[in-house]
Design a protein around this ligand. Structure first.
Ligand code: PEP
Ligand code: MG
Length: 548
């Protein structure tokens, strides 16, 4: 590969060339001195600064639509969080710190808690840092970080982009996005896809390239230095897709298009996006801040709030995926040298079945209260024996449909025996990739290994698809792989019968499936599985039938 070409992880298809605009990085931690002359006066500056940031984000939300608007409103709510403002005010008074420094420390405290929580909540760390930098800039009277106003259509190059930055992008002005960090499952990747902007993430060295213009290929993941004098063009831009709301191929093969949710807000966003139900309800949110185990009644009402918008529709509730890197205050656990390989997910329940039984009682109650068609599934299942143990407890709780996640390679290879023990399975491609490739899913440095187009990952999924066909039981995918419109076709071709994703991806995936036949999906799957590299898998599948 020539020096003028770099490679990263392609996350949003299309090719575009244009002049580069670098997104400035935040200035870093503000100084701890000089100490304010009057800490009380200094502390009083924080709330108005936070409110100014809230107002700016809310104004941006008014001109945005769909998922972008939801993300801006969520970020605005974080900026106005009384706990953040209160903690920062206290730091000013107690430690005589300048307001900007205090906000920085208080926000970092929140970010650390979220990072320790792992998974879904860890994805919110970037939002908290973004809010931190915006309030600090307001207090210091400097330009807030983020995307500058673009005078001409440009290729944006950044270390990483906060979700609020991506949500505020104008697709008419942004030809393509390139980030040095970030992974295929980040919010930025998902939003770029929904806005139809070609994007490549985890491009190491792109910040040092200093190119005036770039050619960005969102299909192959290559970023090439282009001639600054060449005309700007954008090709094969996706654009927002049309979809009639029923998940099926052009010839009527059913593949349900579902939403991933973790809160009542997510549930509303999924309904608004047209999701046919929920393929993954991450219940951890209900426990993470709790100093003691929430009572069955508390859990029941928290789950009901999420299930209510889905009356009469299918919802898969996942039991607690905690332990190790997602420690819970009320669950005393030993420190482990390799948390991702330790006692997490179902393994916590195997140690503490009473905890699982109380959660199942609450889920059964919420199913009755909401009228949703509830199934329950377990995370981090390794063997058919574990699956059978779980199914027995779910049935004993009066819930008819029990399933498990396939997110450990051993479970994919034993999918046949596992399906004999449960009613359905759902592939968690985020963890399945992490364990198959031995690559931490949160680490930008190994993001290329966690590319869901890796043929070895697709071969593991094909085992699951074959087992589903043989047993006549359904297999879904609820990892972020399901959110890629082209990969969705490959998964359907491998025998997957439901796809569950972030609300932002629902319409594009539904439209992509509707544009091709089941045979096209099977041909795309055969090409991708037989490929030698992730790039070849993507282009092999794309050459069979590229999404409209
Ligand atoms: C997965 O691992 O793919 C998954 C869907 O679960 P989570 O991201 O919550 O670990
Ligand atoms: Mg997982």
């Amino acid at each position: 590969m020539p020096d003028s070409q770099l490679s990263g992880v392609a996350v949003s298809p299309g090719r575009a060339r244009g002049p580069v605009v670098r997104v400035a990085e935040p200035a870093g931690a503000p100084p701890a001195t000089p100490a304010p002359a009057d800490p009380q006066v200094e502390a009083k500056r924080i709330a108005p600064a936070a409110q100014a940031v809230v107002a700016r984000l809310e104004a941006m939300a008014e001109t945005a639509t769909g998922e972008a608007a939801t993300i801006l409103i969520t970020t605005a709510a974080m900026a106005g969080d009384p706990a953040l403002v209160g903690n920062a005010e206290q730091l000013v008074s107690a430690e005589r710190l300048p307001a900007a420094r205090a906000v920085h420390i208080a926000a970092d405290g929140f970010a650390e808690q979220l990072a320790a929580a792992g998974g879904y909540l860890a994805e919110r760390v970037r939002d908290v840092q973004d809010v931190r930098d915006r309030i600090v800039a307001e207090l210091l009277g400097i330009t807030p970080p983020g995307v500058p106003d673009l005078e001409a259509p440009s290729v944006l190059v950044a270390l990483d982009l906060a979700p609020a930055d991506t949500a505020g992008l104008d697709p008419a002005k942004v030809l393509a996005l390139v980030t040095a960090e970030g992974g295929p499952t980040s919010h930025t990747a998902i939003l770029a896809r929904s806005l139809g902007i070609p994007a490549v993430v985890a491009v190491r060295g792109v910040l040092e390239l200093n190119a005036a213009a770039l050619l960005v290929d969102g299909d192959t993941g290559t970023v090439t230095v282009a001639d600054a004098g060449e005309p700007v063009f954008a090709a094969e831009r996706g654009g927002p897709a049309e979809w009639n709301g029923k998940g099926e191929t052009a010839d009527g093969h059913r593949v349900k298009v579902l939403g991933n949710v973790g809160s009542a807000g997510d549930a509303e966003a999924a309904v608004a996006a047209g999701a046919e139900g929920v393929g993954l309800f991450r219940t951890e949110f209900c426990y993470l801040d709790a100093p003691t185990e929430p009572s069955v009644e508390q859990q029941r009402s928290a789950y009901t709030a999420v299930l209510e918008p889905f009356r009469g529709k299918p919802v898969v509730v996942r039991t607690l995926d905690a332990g190790a890197d997602k420690p819970l205050a009320f669950l005393a656990q030993e420190e482990e040298p390799n948390p991702a390989l330790g006692v997490r997910g179902l393994r916590v329940a195997l140690d503490r079945p009473d905890l699982l039984d109380r959660q199942l009682e609450a889920i059964a109650g919420a199913a009755a209260d909401s009228g949703a068609e509830v199934s329950v599934m377990a995370p981090m299942v390794a063997t058919a024996e574990e699956a059978a143990w779980f199914a027995e407890r779910v049935h004993a709780a009066g819930i008819a449909r029990a399933g498990v996640m396939i997110e450990i390679p051993a479970a994919a290879l034993a999918a046949r025996e596992i399906l004999d023990a449960v009613e359905f399975v759902s592939v968690g491609t985020n963890d399945l990739a992490q364990y198959a490739f031995g690559a931490d899913r949160q680490l930008g440095a190994v993001a290329a290994l966690n590319d869901p187009w890796q043929p070895a990952l697709l071969r593991l999924i094909s085992f699951v698809g074959d087992a589903a066909r043989e047993t006549g039981k359904p297999a879904g995918v609820c990892g972020e792989a399901a959110a890629d419109p082209l990969l969705a076709r490959v998964l359907a071709g491998l025998g997957i019968s439901s796809l569950s994703m972030n609300a932002a991806a629902v319409r594009a995936v539904g439209a992509s499936l509707a544009a091709v036949s089941l045979d096209d999906c099977r041909s795309a799957a055969a090409a991708a599985v037989a490929a030698a590299t992730a790039t070849a898998a993507r282009s092999g599948a794309g050459s069979v039938a590229a999404p409209a």
